[in-house]
Design a protein around this ligand. Structure first.
Ligand SMILES: Nc1ncnc2c1ncn2[C@@H]1O[C@H](COP(=O)(O)OP(=O)(O)OP(=O)(O)O)[C@@H](O)[C@H]1O
Ligand SMILES: [Mg+2]
Length: 272
């Protein structure tokens, strides 16, 4: 686990730039962002603006092209300690049982079997998968598979949890259930951690986030960061009933609308 003190930001990006294909594609450019040690930061932004690439950079899965990226105050060089990632499409190993999928990250980190058993069982219980240890992923619903992905990440006791649209593939009902389960988990003091949660759903961001970072279109950078007015504890009904919900939702929607090229809307008479 990281030894940095709790007032060291979990993540700091300073003028961070990531290019692909010798600079032909700039995923994000001169991006500045500070993620606090125990906050839930939701990131919203247009498709292709570099959100997944940013998470992969924080997870040490890809290098920056320029600028700086610090996790717990230290430059990222390969996967940093204490960082776990939950992928959009579950990322489970189909030939392994629920238990072994849940244990995968911990075992990769060299944990002993007693620790694996204690932690994996605890999180399988917490997310309602008790009794499914020996099932295989194809025997589970999408929501249950996503819970296994969560167990795998949470069992590692990460200080930073990276979530890349983890609930996007789920039906609306299951998605709401998992959102509320995640909030309930994060409300436990012993489970609080920095969580970076990417979503295309403004409602999801408004429910989950302590702060919402809005990114610009590619090359992405942070356009604005909004602080949630909803406080803790919060739940879906309470948040949606709050008059500020509709206001913030409309504001974020307007920010995310693609900027229009005014020349396209010139009256025909002007160009004649
Ligand atoms: N390995 C790669 N090689 C080349 N280009 C890449 C690679 N990974 C990502 N890109 C490009 O970088 C840009 C940002 O991609 P990224 O996946 O980070 O976007 P995103 O914001 O997560 O989009 P979405 O909301 O659709 O998931 C895109 O133009 C993408 O084509
Ligand atoms: Mg993405």
């Amino acid at each position: 686990m990281a030894s940095a003190s709790s007032d060291t930001p979990a993540v700091q990006a300073i003028q961070a730039t990531k290019m692909f294909l010798d600079g032909a594609v700039i995923a994000y450019r001169n991006l500045n962002l500070e993620i606090r040690a125990q906050e839930i930061l939701c990131i919203v932004g247009p498709s292709g603006c570099g959100k997944t690439t940013l998470l992969r950079s924080i997870a040490g899965l890809t290098d920056l092209s320029s600028g700086q990226l610090l996790v717990h105050g230290k430059p990222v060089k390969g996967p940093p300690d204490g960082v776990a990632m939950v992928f959009q499409h579950f990322g489970l190993l189909p030939w392994k049982t629920v238990y072994d999928n849940g244990a995968f990250g911990l075992r990769m980190n060299g944990a002993d079997e007693a620790t694996v058993k204690e932690r994996v069982s605890r999180y399988l219980d917490l997310v309602g998968l008790r009794g499914f240890d020996k099932s295989f992923p194809h025997q589970l619903s999408g929501g249950m598979q996503q819970r296994v992905g969560l167990v795998r990440a949470l069992a590692m006791n990460p200080s930073i949890l990276l979530m890349d649209e983890p609930f996007a593939a789920l039906d609306a009902q299951t998605r709401e259930t998992l959102q509320e389960e995640l909030l309930a988990l994060m409300q436990r003091p012993e489970e609080r951690k920095a969580m970076v949660f990417i979503t295309h759903s403004i409602d999801e961001a408004l429910l989950l986030a302590d702060r919402i970072a809005i990114m610009t279109a590619r090359p992405g950078k942070i356009d604005e960061i909004l602080t949630s007015p909803f406080g803790w504890p919060r739940d879906l009904d309470g948040v949606q009933r709050n008059p500020q919900f509709a206001e913030m939702r409309a504001y974020i929607r307007s920010k995310l609308k693609a900027p229009t090229d005014p020349s396209k809307f010139k009256p025909a008479t002007e160009t004649a």
